[in-house]
Write a protein that binds this ligand. Structure first.
Ligand code: B16
Ligand code: MG
Length: 212
């Protein structure tokens, strides 16, 4: 029986994945590094520094650790600029309804995100108090595809991984869910992942799985 649902944030609860893309694109253009949507998809669920390393693979010169730290800060400042514009009006009503329905039916809900900006985003969207637990980039040492963030979320919920569904838009997130012993439901870019247990065309599709 499903007792909990752990939601990824960027690309699942909200469209901040597009802000990540725009900020990385601006950085790549500034440095003269090729960057497109395909490369951006490789960054889904991956930590900020690991994302930068992926982008720098196409650079024509090497970067010192100091330069890398400064580039990561530059990207985060651009990204946080986009986050400032977010309000509860940016939350899809379908998402909010799904969260409330799960809670009404006694299913515990959590966030499992690699992002260190998770709490800013949830606050701006007005849903920080909706979740029973939040595990984010500040709670972990290893980002997806390592299962750590989902294991922390399950622990905070007081549930076993096998009784929780993870909803993810990233291949790295589906891998993390499976490695952690969770049921993996894919949405967005991750629907192409053959390792997903379920495919969702919209977030409310998780209700028929969780409440079956
Ligand atoms: P930050 P998720 C991930 O969030 C994003 O998908 C990924 O693109 C980003 O690099 C990572 O968070 C770290 O984000 O720079 O805000 O700490 O998809 O796991 O919710
Ligand atoms: Mg995501």
């Amino acid at each position: 029986m499903v007792q909990g649902v752990i939601f990824d944030l960027d690309g699942v609860i909200c469209s901040t994945d597009e802000f990540h893309y725009l900020a990385w694109k601006a950085l790549a253009d500034k440095e003269g590094i090729p960057f497109d949507r395909e490369t951006n998809n490789l960054l889904r669920g991956v930590s900020r520094m690991a994302s930068l390393e992926i982008i720098l693979r196409k650079a024509t010169r090497s970067y010192s650790e100091e330069e890398k730290a400064s580039l990561a800060d530059y990207k985060n400042e651009l990204y946080r600029g986009y986050l400032k514009q977010m309000t509860p009006a940016d939350l899809d009503p379908n998402v909010l309804k799904t969260l409330h329905t799960l809670k009404e039916k006694g299913v515990r809900i959590a966030i499992g995100s690699s992002s260190k900006n998770t709490k800013t985003i949830l606050t701006n969207l007005g849903i920080i108090d909706v979740f029973d637990a939040i595990a984010d980039g500040n709670d972990i040492h290893h980002s997806k595809p390592d299962p750590e963030v989902f294991l922390v979320a399950a622990k905070k919920l007081g549930l076993e991984p096998s009784s929780c569904i993870v909803v993810e838009d990233a291949f790295a997130g589906i891998e993390a869910a499976k490695r952690g012993g969770f049921v993996a439901a894919a949405i967005g870019d991750a629907i192409k992942d053959p390792d997903a247990d379920y495919v969702l065309s919209t977030l409310s599709d998780v209700l028929s799985i969780a409440l079956a």
